[in-house]
Design a protein around this ligand. Structure first.
Ligand code: FEO
Length: 397
């Protein structure tokens, strides 16, 4: 395993996780795998920026050794302590036990809790400058984007922003740079990452981006800790983040449901018929058959959500429960929606769906629509009208 040069005396020494299909437990489907990016800077100080996920420690160390003995590393920047970026540290520190680790104060506390070993740690804060010899690192804290410890590091002389999770993608490739892969796929994976992980932090992201812009630091490259780094046009992804953090929506409706014997599916079909006839773009998903990460990505720019479930054991069907809880955690703002579904003798599921939508912050624009066992013609017409009504509201903006 060889290191990949990204600039003079700076190498990518990360790992490619080609087979990862889940991330953050089972909450994120990584259909294209992922990478854990770490970077090695050769200067008077031999510096490693971030590490990789624990199971990939060997791959990272092998890549480091292709440039310099791992024993020579004396400086480690821990931009973020989540195990996908710090898990390999205990293995690496066997070779360079005296290396000094720099990170935010919360990073120091977190690393102790994770690894229960004495570390040569020094806390840094925004604005601190760390001389590596001929080069200087400027540290920028970005708390809660997306963990309290999160930080970026800016290499002043080379104008490289090591942005950690921010601007990254779960996208395993043999290529390392934005200009080497299809742009549509790159932006899709970047958007999926934002929607599924960073969506709740939109206000903070807008604030931090404004602060970084105010610093007026020239950025020649953004070296992320997942996926491809941005060397062709780093501002492309910064501008995308600015748009996304503004939480703007399009006139678009996403209908998501789960069904037992097809009644709720039939209702969903009539709802989207109404939406379609009104001429509003929409997506229809049976959540039991669909990858949640893609559905959330579709919901990210949609103005309205219509959610349905059959009643089951006095509640919502399990795939839909899981989906709704995830959606609630993302706190979508400025959205409208409503609930629907079928039941036999207790319509609790539909009421619960509506309640979760409200808890998520979605404004309810139509009373929950429920049918006993299977919809009749009049009820299917009501579904059609519901679709038309939500479509009209979405068109109004
Ligand atoms: Fe890629 Fe927040 O870890």
């Amino acid at each position: 395993m060889q290191a990949v040069p990204i600039a003079k005396n700076i190498w990518w020494v990360g790992a490619i996780d080609w087979t990862a299909r889940h991330f953050h437990g089972q909450t994120y489907t990584t259909q294209r795998g992922t990478t854990y990016n770490a970077y090695l800077i050769l200067d008077e100080k031999i510096t490693l920026i971030d590490a990789v996920y624990g199971p990939f420690a060997g791959e990272m160390i092998q890549r480091i050794r292709s440039v310099v003995p791992a024993e020579k590393i004396d400086t480690i920047i821990a931009n973020h302590i989540e195990p996908d970026h710090s898990g390999a540290l205990p293995e690496l520190l066997k070779f360079c036990p005296n290396a000094r680790i720099y990170g935010s104060e919360r990073a120091g506390q977190g690393l102790e809790h994770y690894y229960h070993q004495k570390l040569n740690f020094q806390a840094v804060k925004t604005g601190d400058l760390l001389s590596l010899g001929r080069r200087t690192l400027r540290l920028i804290e970005i708390p809660m984007i997306h963990w309290p410890d999160s930080m970026m590091s800016y290499l002043v002389e080379d104008q490289i922003l090591f942005s950690n999770d921010t601007f990254g993608q779960h996208y395993a490739t043999s290529e390392r740079f934005d200009d080497e892969v299809p742009q549509e796929t790159l932006m899709e994976e970047t958007g999926k990452y934002y929607a599924n992980i960073l969506w709740p932090f939109g206000n903070l992201i807008a604030q931090r981006l404004a602060e970084i812009e105010k610093m007026a630091i020239p950025i020649r490259m953004i070296a992320t800790s997942h996926g491809l780094s941005w060397r062709k046009d780093p501002w492309k992804v910064i501008e995308a983040y600015k748009r996304w953090s503004a939480n703007e929506t399009k006139p678009k409706i996403v209908v998501v449901y789960e069904t037992m014997y097809g009644s709720t599916a039939k209702m969903a079909g009539k709802i989207v018929e109404g939406i379609s006839d009104a001429g509003v773009p929409f997506k229809l998903y049976d959540i039991a058959q669909t990858d949640r990460t893609s559905v959330i990505y579709d919901m990210f720019d949609a103005k309205a959500y219509i959610v349905g479930s059959s009643n089951h054991d006095g509640g919502i069907l399990p795939n839909m429960v899981s989906f709704m809880e995830f959606l609630k955690g993302l706190h979508p703002k400025n959205r409208i929606g409503c609930a629907f579904g079928s039941y036999g003798w207790s319509g609790v599921a539909i009421m619960k769906l509506e309640a979760i939508l409200k808890e998520a912050g979605v404004a309810i624009v139509h009373p929950a629509l429920s049918v006993v066992y299977a919809p009749d013609d009049a009820q299917l017409t009501a579904c059609y009208e519901l679709g038309k009504k939500v479509a009209a509201l979405v068109q109004k903006g």
